[in-house]
Each structure stands twice: as structure tokens, then as C-alpha cells.
Design a protein around this ligand. Structure first.
Ligand SMILES: [Zn+2]
Ligand SMILES: [Zn+2]
Length: 155
């Protein structure tokens, strides 16, 4: 997910588009590595490079009620600003207001979208994923998946 921006750095307002499909390691431990599709547009805004884009994916996750795997669609847009990395930039970042703290840095005329994509996936996965709105879950006594069949317990 490294994008070379040397070409658009030459003139302010220059733009370029970049699309890629790549696997991403969401929890950085190999447990969930879906394929993501990203369409991004890079704009040279003078001091910063603005990146706007859309990330799409289908991630296989587990329902929190019935524990069945299901696929969760992600369609998330983003807009981030990148500053060239320098010690000066780092120290001025400390003086920025909290809402500016999500400014990213790039080095060697290359922008890495990996961390943005990973965080977008993280916030797009629901904390309590449900396979369907009215999932009946598992029976607390016998463990039967109540979406598939009724059990004979009396609750
Ligand atoms: Zn379920
Ligand atoms: Zn039961």
C-alpha cells in the first residue's frame, strides 16, 4: 500500500488516482486478514497531501449471539492529510489541538495507506456483530442454535 507521490509533489493542486486490492492484517496477529479494495485520490495541497478515498471489503466475522460466521460488508470513505516527516513537523504536532492529531506523516515521497486502512476496518467492524437483526442466538441450556431449530428446553 505504498504510493509514490513524487509526480504530484512537483506542482500544487496536482492530483492522481490510485486503486489497489490487497490483504490486510487487521489485528496484526494474522487472525483476520481480509482482502480490501481501495480507491484513493491524492491531491497536492501545498504543505500537505490530501488523500480521499473509499475502502470496500467483505470480512468474515462471528455473530456474537449464535457464534456462526457471516460476512460483514464494509464501505467506508476517508479523508486524511499527510505532512512530510521532519523533526520540525513532529514538534509542531505536539502543539496542535487534539482534533489535528490524526495528521499522518510520509517519508521519502511515499505515502503508506496501510495504517489508515487498518483503522478504518477496525472501526467498521461492529463490537457486537449480529448475523441478522433478529438472531435468536443459542439456547442457554442445551446450546442449540435457535435460528436453525427449536430445542425442547422450557424457556
Ligand atoms: Zn447470529
Ligand atoms: Zn435448549
Amino acid at each position: 500500500m505504498l504510493i509514490d507521490i513524487r509526480d504530484i509533489k512537483k506542482s500544487t493542486a496536482a492530483k492522481k488516482k490510485y486503486c489497489f486490492d490487497e490483504d490486510i492484517d487487521i489485528y496484526e496477529n494474522g487472525s483476520l486478514c481480509p482482502l480490501i479494495s481501495v480507491e484513493a485520490e491524492f491531491t497536492n495541497a501545498g504543505k500537505t497531501i490530501i488523500v480521499k478515498g473509499i475502502l470496500r471489503s467483505e470480512i468474515e466475522i462471528q455473530c456474537c449471539k449464535c457464534l456462526e460466521p457471516f460476512s460483514c460488508k464494509i464501505d467506508a470513505s476517508f479523508r486524511e492529510e499527510f505532512l512530510p516527516y521532519s523533526h520540525q513537523a513532529i514538534s509542531s504536532k505536539k502543539m496542535m489541538s487534539p482534533e489535528d492529531l490524526d495528521i499522518f506523516f510520509y517519508e521519502n515521497d511515499t505515502i503508506d495507506l496501510k495504517e489508515i486502512c487498518r483503522q478504518l476496518c477496525l472501526v467498521s467492524i461492529p463490537l457486537m456483530p449480529l448475523c441478522k437483526e433478529n438472531c435468536k442466538g443459542l439456547c442457554g441450556s442445551c446450546g442449540e442454535n435457535l435460528n436453525i431449530s427449536e430445542c425442547s428446553c422450557n424457556n
